[in-house]
Design a protein around this ligand. Structure first.
Ligand code: GLC
Ligand code: CA
Length: 575
């Protein structure tokens, strides 16, 4: 008992001990103000697909627990878990029916407590997903709300009584007809759902709803979790005068949906009620429509959230490719805008995206590994907190699903029906989703070359990528040059070099169509990062004298010493 207590103290000390020390003479701005969440390396785990312990084909908490030493071995310092609360799973847990319990598929609260303890013992923090723009329609609040117009829960959601006629159109991201108002004959009224019919939007104008949510957050914070990711929160506040939006608004619905009236009041209240009372980090999905919006969410003096999670960069990759110059432009603009104030997260993938290497690198067997390593180098050498998606450390790529029957994502299946209804070219649609559907990023984690990639002893809920016999963790553990071991060395590089967290970023040779080149500078420390994003040799014109440049890391056995890069070569130099 006593020993366990000691372990816990040591683990806590490890978590809170600063990872690194900073040079004395560095300029003091909000961006160089040290925080653990700026130094964190977040590893995102999609629990459904990570590891199945009880053999029902669905990943679970015990599965994650069985892989804690693997997670620790990566060197990451925080884990973000996608929702694990009780849910009917219309949207894989993003439809919560009980925020204080664990989804049956995933296990029990005891499993959760063991997971949290196991992470903390290893010096790893836990960030939970809070899905409170909406709940499940099977949540008790909604059941009550829909039961009667006089229910005390009626105003927990947004209702439009049908005698007023049809409500002003609202776009639903996931509905078959994209109609966000669903008629419910029980009380002759429509309810609002920006996502699926089974995800009714909560009414944040109602102070009771806000109090419920803050209580839920405190419940988890009291358990000792270390952060919250607020799902779709930019959409939580609605203009409940329900203005009619201009024709075609749905093509740019974020402009009309994001950062609605009082959103900042709600966040300030959340800060006062929750964030100010615990040492937790906070990040909201989406950052509005402008840099101003993003700053208003995260600048420290506003006392709202810690870091912005914006989609501009990840949205650059399209089925027909993307321009590196464009990608550089987007990342550079965001960095420049946040050079002094606020803080960003850096990512190229998550559970809502297809695989990073397929979209941004090259998943052709010849280049899959080398380009995965290059992209990892990029994520880990940018300013901002890296959010790294599970499986990318193996270079997992899109599985190449051919039939709609391979897909599980409700949003994709609904859209398929919608496309059919409007007489679209279904072959083209299948091709498109094989590239960009989020199920591509949700196939089971490839642990080894045995049946079902070692993910489960029975048929997984979604098919395993057929390349699991060659692409898997077990094979890569044994190979010092694997994508996995490279990932570990880049993570270590970031942890050893505060310049990679806090250093100023400067883009070089910005029009270069192949090479992404930049420096990171903090006090006397100067690093140069060169990344060839393409499959041919390329060189950047950096104007930097490379004579004294020392290679810190590279993804080729003999990294380029003169800046002439081979296909997908990545090199980090100290100048
Ligand atoms: C967010 C989640 C996504 C989910 C949606 C609705 O975008 O990341 O997975 O489907 O919100 O909750
Ligand atoms: Ca299971």
């Amino acid at each position: 008992m006593r020993k366990q207590f000691l372990m816990l103290i040591i683990a806590t000390l490890c978590i809170f001990a600063p990872f690194i020390s900073l040079p004395q003479n560095m300029s003091k701005t909000e961006s160089t103000d040290r925080k653990w969440w700026k130094e964190a390396i977040v590893y995102q785990i999609y629990p459904r697909s990570f590891k199945d312990d009880n053999g029902d084909g669905i990943g679970d908490l015990k599965g994650i627990i069985s892989k804690l030493d693997y997670i620790k071995s990566l060197g990451v310092t925080a884990v973000w878990l996608n929702p694990i609360y009780t849910s009917p799973n219309d949207d894989n847990g993003y439809d919560v029916s009980d925020y204080r319990n664990i989804m049956k598929d995933f296990g029990t609260m005891d499993d959760f407590d063991a997971l949290l303890k196991g992470l903390h013992e290893r010096g790893i923090r836990l960030v939970m997903d809070m899905v409170v723009n909406h709940s499940s329609d099977e949540h008790e609040w909604f059941k009550q709300s829909r039961s009667s117009r006089n229910s005390p829960y009626r105003n927990y959601y947004h209702w439009w009584n049908a005698e007023r006629g049809t409500p002003p159109p609202r776009y639903s991201l996931f509905d078959v007809n994209h109609d966000a108002w669903r008629y419910d004959s029980l009380t002759n009224a429509y309810y609002l759902h920006y996502f699926s019919r089974k995800q009714p939007d909560l009414n944040w104008e109602n102070p009771k709803v806000r109090q419920e949510v803050f209580d839920i957050m405190k419940f988890w914070a009291d358990k000792g979790i270390d952060g919250f990711r607020l799902d779709a929160f930019q959409f939580a506040a609605k203009d409940t005068t329900w203005p009619v939006f201009p024709k075609g608004y749905e093509k740019n619905f974020t402009k009309y949906y994001a950062i609605g009236p009082h959103l900042h009041d709600y966040l300030k209240e959340m800060y006062n009620e929750v964030f100010s009372k615990y040492d937790v980090m906070s990040v909201a999905e989406g950052a509005g429509n402008s840099f101003r919006d993003a700053h208003d969410l995260v600048d420290a003096d506003r006392k709202e959230l810690n870091m912005a999670y914006a989609f501009d960069a990840v949205d650059v990759a399209k089925p027909d490719g993307y321009s590196l110059v464009h990608l550089k432009e987007v990342f550079t603009k965001w960095d420049n805008e946040f050079a002094k104030k606020g803080w960003l997260s850096i990512f190229l993938a998550n559970h809502d995206q297809a695989r990073m290497v397929t979209r941004f690198g090259n998943d052709n067997p010849q280049y899959r590994e080398i380009s995965s390593k290059m992209l990892t180098t990029f994520i880990m050498t940018m300013r901002g907190t890296p959010f790294y998606y599970n499986g990318d450390e193996l270079g997992m790529n899109n599985p190449g699903f051919k039939s709609i029957r391979d897909y599980r994502d409700m949003a994709t299946l609904n859209e398929y029906r919608h496309q059919e209804n409007i007489g679209a070219d279904m072959r083209a649609y299948l091709e498109r989703i094989a590239f960009e559907c989020r199920d591509n990023g949700r196939t089971p984690f490839q642990w080894n070359g045995t049946a079902n990639a070692g993910f489960s002893t029975s048929k997984p809920w979604i098919n395993v990528n057929p390349n699991y016999k060659t692409v898997n963790a077990a094979v890569q553990e044994k190979d010092p040059n694997s994508v996995l071991n490279y990932f570990r060395s880049v993570v270590k590089l970031r942890k050893d070099n505060p310049v990679l967290v806090y250093g100023k970023y400067t883009l070089l040779d910005k029009q270069n169509p192949d090479v992404y080149a930049y420096t990171r500078v903090l006090g006397p420390k100067r690093l140069l990062i060169l990344l060839n994003f393409h499959g041919h040799n390329a060189k950047a014109i950096t104007g930097i004298n490379m004579d004294k440049a020392k290679v810190l890391l590279g993804n080729y056995a003999r990294p380029s010493t003169n800046g002439e890069l081979r296909p997908y070569e990545a090199v980090v130099y100290e100048l």
